[in-house]
Each structure stands twice: as C-alpha cells, then as structure tokens.
Design a binder for this molecule. Structure first.
Ligand code: MRU
Length: 352
C-alpha cells in the first residue's frame, strides 16, 4: 500500500532538533538542524515548520533549547529567564493556538515541579517529547474517530481538503489527512481532492506530496473549483484542520476555508473540522477575537519567484479566516466527534 516510511516533520536527535524544511518541498526533501531557541523561533516564523500541532511540538523543543542555555543554578532566576525564551517563541505566529498551549504546558510543568535547575531542564526535554508523542497518538485517534462520522454512502468517499493538515503539520499522521489515512485503511477512500491553497500553496506542495508518498489517489484543484466540483457530485465530504477553535466551535483555519464551508453548505456536502483538543481555545467564547495573522504581501504578489500583477496594485494577505460554527457538521477530536456547540464537554480533558 505505502512504499515510503511515515513522515515526521520534527525529530529530536541526541542534542538537536531536525526539521523537514517545508519551504522546499516538494522540489527538495531537505532538513534543517536546530540547536538554539532563536533558530527555532525563526524556523516557525519563516514556516520551515508549520501547521498548528507541528508548531506546538517545535515550540516545546524550542523552549527546552532555550532552557539548556540558561546559566544560573537559582530556580527563581531560571524561571524568569525561561519566560524570556517563551516570549520570543510566542512572538513568531499569532493564530495557531498550539504554539501558546505547548509553551504554557512546558512552563506550568517547570513551575509546578520542585528541584534543581538541572532537573528542571531534564524535565522540560521530557515534556517536549511527551507533547510530541501524545500528538501522534492524538492524530491517530482523530483519524479513527473521524471515519466513524463520515457519510455512510457511498462506500468509497471522495474527500476535499484545504491547506495541509497532514503528517507534516502535526507530529505525524495528520488531522484532516489523518481522517483520510484512516478511511483508506478501512477501504473507504476513493480519492482526495486537494485545494492548492494560495498564497503559500500548502495544498499543492505539501498535501499532494504526502498523498503521492503513500500512493493515496489525489487530484489537485485550484481554490475556486470547489463549488463546480460539488455541483457535479464529485465531493462526498470536506475535512479540514484548524489553527484555533473558539469555545463555541468557530474555527480559524487557512484562508479560504470559510469560502469552502459556505460552498459545502450550499451543496449539502458535510463540512468537518479535525483537530486535537490542544487547538481549542476555551478562553475565547467565539471566533471574533481569534487573532488573524497577516503575512508579507509578496506572498500574494508572486507565485514562486514570478510577480503576477502590475506595480501599483495594493494587497491584503490575511493567512487565516474564521468559519462560523453553524457551517460545521462536527468537530472531530481525539475524544470523538461532536457538534460545535457541544465542544465544551471536553474542556476538563484538556491538559495544560
Ligand atoms: O500557515 P500554516 O501552513 O501554518 O497553516 C496551516 C493550516 O492552516 C492547517 O490547516 C492547520 O494548521 C491545521 S494543521 C493540522
């Protein structure tokens, strides 16, 4: 079935982090070695590592890399300096809440544990590894729970996804693509339709790459094709990932997701969000306060190195949009799929 080993975008190796350089895929499969927290912050900012859960995993290791450089043996001074490291990492990308969640979990672990600075450093590395291990298990659970709520017919489903919510965007396996992988294991997958996902083209570059690696049938669409494909009866379900989900189920995901949800509703195609509980921000009652990252306008002005518009044009480049909860059939978490309004039943299960 699959000729290639699983993809792990973040790997801890002896004393450093190895990141797959996602800015170079699919043309080149190269890695970047990270030994310092400033370099991890830069890797997150420049999207060498990207996708909410993968950013969380990377930030966990980033915090440890910063911790091990701190020279003091005084616990209070150590925790104060650790906060500076945390703040540098927090400043990288504003929307994906897994970044803030992972940093908070790491800091809480250090604050709540007594012991020497050396023992805290060891504990921080262990916690980063735990976050990574749990995310992998979580994604596999999301995949399995997701298959249970996919439409019962047809037998083999045609699933449309947006951006990349696959192994590359998580510790491995993926959220939306985790559901796809699990559907395939159960022989319920006909094909994936991948939106190209302008401006950074994560769908064209990363989702199709992951599918091709594993022999998953995949068709690439440009972002404006979804309505036409649905009208032709080509799509049975939409499954996307998430960068931050508010307590009421409003979901921030890659720009264009909201359009897709509207189009899906207009054609009675069920629209699912697949995400770990670490992506839910229970402090935000709804999506209106989710911070939306704005990225450099050159991403809109160019495709690759080619400028696609005349000079004098103005640009707008929000990286995410918020899909209202009422457009979402279910949010698929590791604890099961729920309608967005019932998400709060899982709040006590969230480990921070
Ligand atoms: O800007 P990116 O590439 O980090 O955006 C990623 C997405 O929007 C993903 O769909 C989301 O993080 C879910 S990843 C499992």
């Amino acid at each position: 079935m699959s000729g290639n080993p699983p993809v792990y975008p973040v790997v801890w190796k002896e004393d450093r982090v190895i990141l797959i350089d996602q800015t170079r895929l699919p043309a080149e499969h190269t890695v970047v070695e990270i030994r310092r927290y400033e370099d991890m912050a830069e890797a997150i900012k420049t999207m060498i590592v990207r996708g909410a859960p993968a950013i969380g995993v990377a930030a966990g290791y980033g915090l440890y890399l910063g911790a091990r450089e701190i020279q003091t043996h005084d616990r209070t001074a150590f925790l104060t300096q650790l906060e500076t490291v945390a703040e540098t990492l927090r400043q990288t990308r504003p929307t994906a809440v897994n970044l803030f969640w992972a940093i908070a979990r790491m800091l809480n672990t250090a604050r709540q544990t007594l012991g020497s600075v050396e023992s805290l450093k060891t504990l921080l590395l262990e916690t980063a590894k735990t976050i990574q291990r749990e995310d992998l298990q979580t994604c596999e659970a999301i995949g399995d729970r997701g298959v249970e709520v996919l439409p019962a017919t047809p037998e083999k489903l045609r699933i449309l996804t947006h951006c990349n919510a696959g192994a590359l965007a998580t510790a491995g396996y993926g959220t939306a693509l985790g559901v796809v992988r699990s559907a395939r294991k159960r022989d319920r997958l006909e094909r994936v339709y991948a939106d190209e996902t302008r401006p950074r083209l994560q769908g064209a570059k990363l989702t199709t790459w992951e599918c091709i690696q594993e022999g998953i049938p995949v068709t690439l669409l440009t972002d404006g094709m979804a309505a036409h494909c649905m009208k032709q009866g080509m799509i049975d379900a939409v499954v996307v990932g998430a960068d931050r989900i508010a307590a009421n189920g409003d979901t921030a995901n890659k720009i264009g997701t909201y359009n897709l949800a509207i189009v899906a509703q207009a054609h009675q195609v069920p629209f699912f969000v697949a995400a770990p509980l670490s992506t839910v921000d229970f402090e935000l009652p709804n999506g209106s306060e989710i911070p939306i990252e704005e990225r450099d306008v050159s991403e809109v002005a160019r495709v690759g190195q080619t400028t696609i518009c005349p000079s004098g044009v103005e640009f707008y480049n929000p990286a995410f949009d918020v899909t209202p909860a009422e457009l979402i059939a279910a949010i698929i978490t590791e604890y099961g799929a729920v309608s967005p309004g019932n998400l709060q039943q899982f709040q006590a299960k969230q480990v921070v």
